[in-house]
Design a protein. Structure first.
Length: 393
């Protein structure tokens, strides 16, 4: 048998991907995957942009390109944050960004602080590089800065990973005051903040909040002094199949990300970046508004259905944006063990346990409202409610 590396032996499968394999039957109403609504993809606009690019710049579009990414796309991304293109690295999806950042920022044994619960893809990306995860105290508004400060007084951490807006899996959002406090605490203790922001533009209620990167940049005299790196993505607002995302960071971090990406895949697809750049000025704003309207409506339908059908004592998040609802059940219930019963009733969800770094969360589950119709949401939640009520008793 060919021996595997220590890094390979630390790799784990995605619980969500494994569940999606089980729920591909067309009759199953799946709230499991965090999938954008495919009927809302700007298909005709992408086709037209592709045709224009191939007609005018076809040979360039099909050629190798720079590791850093399309200059025009990097400039556009940077301009939104008030930074130059040299502070932006294009990646093949945010997941690659997480992997590259783990390579560049972490040494084996480094402590990474994570929310409770957190995005399981981040755990997957960092664990193979020897990260040690320590959970921080959270409530319905996200990370509690006072508890974080107390924790850092006794724990030496290299980085903090967080999704402050419409978090995956809970849907919660860190308030403005907590964002400022979190930055102050992490700066004082020398902790790098890895801010994941794939859902930032999907706000359908409430005021828009600045990113942690924006706040840190406003407080710094030089972008090189910022202790936040920010991941963004076009997957949730244009099309995930294009696999276009980015990292914003101080220049010295970007320089190392370039080297890491060269070793990974040389560069992200040239044509795809050109397509995105052709859409960002006109199509993207209209697409975002459409998604906000539809997702806000579907979130409301799911929220009302959950209130009607979940067993007494269940707690449900009420997100202001994003793609997810989070459910906490009363009693001693294992949502992982209940999943087969739900699938038998033709409805699927993601058990909450994989989102906890240390295996808690047996009584929790994540639901996505984005890619189901109103009728599917109502009937799926009704069936799910019966399964959960029978388990709770």
């Amino acid at each position: 048998m060919i021996p595997l590396s220590t890094t390979a032996r630390r790799m784990t499968s995605s619980a969500i991907r494994e569940i999606l394999k089980v729920t591909q039957q067309p009759e199953v109403i799946s709230f499991a995957g965090g999938l954008p609504a495919p009927e809302l993809f700007p298909l005709e606009e992408v086709r037209a942009a592709s045709d224009r690019i191939l007609a005018a710049r076809g040979r360039e579009a099909l050629q190798y390109s720079t590791t850093e990414g399309d200059p025009g796309l990097r400039e556009w991304i940077g301009a939104r944050a008030g930074i130059g293109a040299d502070h932006v690295q294009i990646t093949s999806g945010s997941q690659q960004g997480l992997d590259l950042l783990a390579r560049v920022l972490l040494d084996p044994g480094d402590v990474v602080l994570v929310e409770q619960p957190t995005y399981l893809g981040a755990l997957q990306a960092m664990a193979p590089y020897g990260a040690r995860f320590v959970e921080v105290l959270t409530d319905e508004d996200g990370i509690v800065p006072e508890a974080l400060a107390e924790q850092l007084a006794h724990t030496e951490a290299r980085a903090l990973y967080t999704t402050p807006s419409f978090q995956n899996p809970t849907g919660r959002t860190l308030p403005r005051e907590r964002r400022r406090a979190l930055l102050e605490v992490t700066r004082r203790h020398g902790v790098t903040v890895i801010e994941d922001g794939p859902y930032n533009d999907l706000r359908f209620r409430g005021e828009t909040l600045p990113t942690l990167f924006d706040l840190a940049l406003a407080q710094a005299d030089d972008p090189e002094e910022v202790h936040v790196v920010h991941l963004g993505s076009f997957s949730k607002v244009l099309a995930p199949g294009l696999r276009d995302a980015w990292v914003q960071a101080p220049r010295h971090v970007i320089e190392r990300l370039v080297l890491a990406k060269q070793a990974a895949d040389l560069h992200s697809p040239t044509l795809n970046q050109m397509i995105v750049l052709a859409l960002v000025e006109d199509v993207l704003p209209r697409q975002v508004e459409r998604l906000r309207e539809v997702y806000g409506h579907r979130a409301g339908v799911m929220g009302r259905a959950l209130q009607e059908h979940l067993p007494a004592g269940a707690r449900v998040s009420d997100p202001d944006g994003g793609m997810f609802c989070w459910v906490e059940l009363p009693g001693d219930v294992d949502t992982g063990a209940l999943l087969p019963a739900a699938v038998a009733r033709k409805v699927a969800y993601v058990p909450g346990q994989p989102f906890f770094a240390h295996g808690d969360g047996r009584r929790t589950l994540r639901l996505s409202f984005t890619s189901a119709t109103d009728a599917q949401i109502r009937s799926g939640v009704a069936a799910l409610g019966e399964v959960l009520a029978a388990a709770v008793g």
